[in-house]
Design a protein around this ligand. Structure first.
Ligand code: CLR
Length: 264
């Protein structure tokens, strides 16, 4: 039987044809990933739409701005670390992830979890007024002024805006997050061909999902074209953290262990 029946527009290489994956298999991959995302995404879309117009007052923003740089870093590290816990849970529920060796599980999570957070951020970002959910309400870029990382925060907000413009559904967000997490080209992977096979299946599922519900033909290439911007943000974040650590090593010691483990 034809392993790739139907309307798959991609030119698939010899390796991928050997995957011999049926439409039912792809459907199963999709369902697993979408379920895992919905179970671990922290806020349902209903909750989010109810919160969208819950905006920080001028005083709230001022009190964030009046925090010391150290306190603000600590606060952000706590929120990020909390969000990472959900990404770890997401990864663990993806078919195939727990069958990878422990080294590779850690490599994929360390390399991919900030990118997944950035993708997840689109759900929790309001492009109409350029605000993101932070400390219980939505607020703009000025909330983060005391961090002293204006370029990093501006880059994150920029990405939020561009990703929101693609108008991604939860299903597409789920599949794209999974594909990014399962990147076979991460440094120090020991079984990258296993990861490659898992990622191939995820991309097939993503392609199918896009064909099904989005009439936007090149949505996939538009999403993939945002990856370099995300990589830049990840590197900038590491630079900022390194610099902050030089100035305030004792504060970084008090950051949540998960944050330190992922980013050092
Ligand atoms: C991303 C989506 C997650 C929930 C979540 C938690 C923490 C948020 C993050 C989201 C978006 C980016 C965020 C972060 C806390 C601090 C950070 C608002 C919404 C801002 C941009 C500041 C970064 C500062 C660096 C110095 C770390 O499901």
């Amino acid at each position: 039987t034809d392993p790739l029946p139907g309307n798959c527009p991609h030119e698939l290489g010899e390796d991928q044809r050997l995957l011999d994956i049926s439409p039912a298999d792809i459907e199963h991959v999709s369902q697993n990933i979408i379920r895992s995302h919905l179970d671990t995404c922290q806020f349902t879309s209903d909750e989010l739409s109810r919160m969208t117009w819950n905006i920080h007052s001028q005083e709230d923003v001022r009190s964030l701005q009046n925090k010391t740089c150290e306190t603000m870093w600590q606060l952000c590290a706590i929120h990020i670390s909390n969000a990472i816990q959900y990404v770890v849970e997401f990864a663990k529920r993806l078919d195939g992830f727990m069958e990878l060796c422990q080294n590779d599980q850690i490599v994929l999570l360390k390399a991919g979890c900030l990118e997944v957070l950035l993708i997840r951020m689109t759900r929790i970002f309001n492009p109409l007024n350029n605000t993101v959910f932070f400390e219980g309400k939505f607020g703009g870029i000025q909330m983060f002024r005391s961090l002293g990382c204006d370029d990093l925060v501006a880059a994150i907000f920029d990405l939020g805006r561009t990703l929101c413009r693609l108008d991604l559904s939860d299903e597409v967000i789920a599949l794209f997050s999974a594909a990014v997490l399962m990147s076979p080209d991460r440094r120090w992977l020991t079984e990258s061909s296993k990861v490659q096979k898992l990622q191939d299946r995820i991309f097939l599922a993503l392609q199918k999902e896009i064909q099904k519900r989005h009439c936007n033909e090149d949505l996939l290439s538009k999403m993939v074209s945002k990856l370099p911007q995300m990589k830049t943000i990840c590197n900038l974040h590491l630079d900022k953290l390194e610099f902050f650590r030089l100035l305030h090593p004792h504060i970084v010691d008090t950051f949540p262990p998960l944050y330190k483990e992922v980013f050092s």
